[in-house]
Design a protein. Sequence first.
Length: 217
Amino acid sequence: MRDFAAVRCVCAKVSFHLDGKNGISPTVVIPLWYWKIITSQKWTVTDMRIPQLETERLLFRRPRRSDLPWYTQYCLSGRSQYVGGPFNEVQAFEKLASMIGHWELRGFGRFVFLERETERPLGHFGALQLSASEPPEITWTIWNEMDEGKGFATEAGVAFKSYAIRELGLSSLIAHIDCDNSASRRLAERLGGELDTEAAPPSWLPSSVLYRFRLLA
């Protein structure tokens, strides 16, 4: 975790302004009551880890509210057809809120990845685990059609697989993909996914096939 540039305390919360890399300066906001618990347990702020992940062309961070316009545009478009869309604005809000909340409930989740030069959100890539009885599911999406065909999803996938091994200690991942989604199926194969021809599709995506990823350190 990076050194603190400033610490600002107010009556309701404690905010930490962190020195970020490449112009990214995240803010961690902690309710005052929770800060008292932390200090009473003699923990340090460095125990609250912020994931760091980047590649030659991409920067990764947790999803946040500023992503909503970008994500909503994707959800409203035909690009979301293979995951149950298109969706309306309320559904887009609920889906992004779920993506943000997953980090709190599981300790990991899907990253939003940005174009390094412009810091423009390009899509999301990461792990989703709806049931603890199954391995985490790797999911990905390029939000805008103009960013297709540039290798961004492959670059993000290679980076996330390494992160999943190194930081999460995962040995396997799965991916449910609509059988007609040829682009995502090709990406799954490029990332080392193996088609499980005997797996039954889940009720929420009945037209899908299952890919399994074996992660090796």
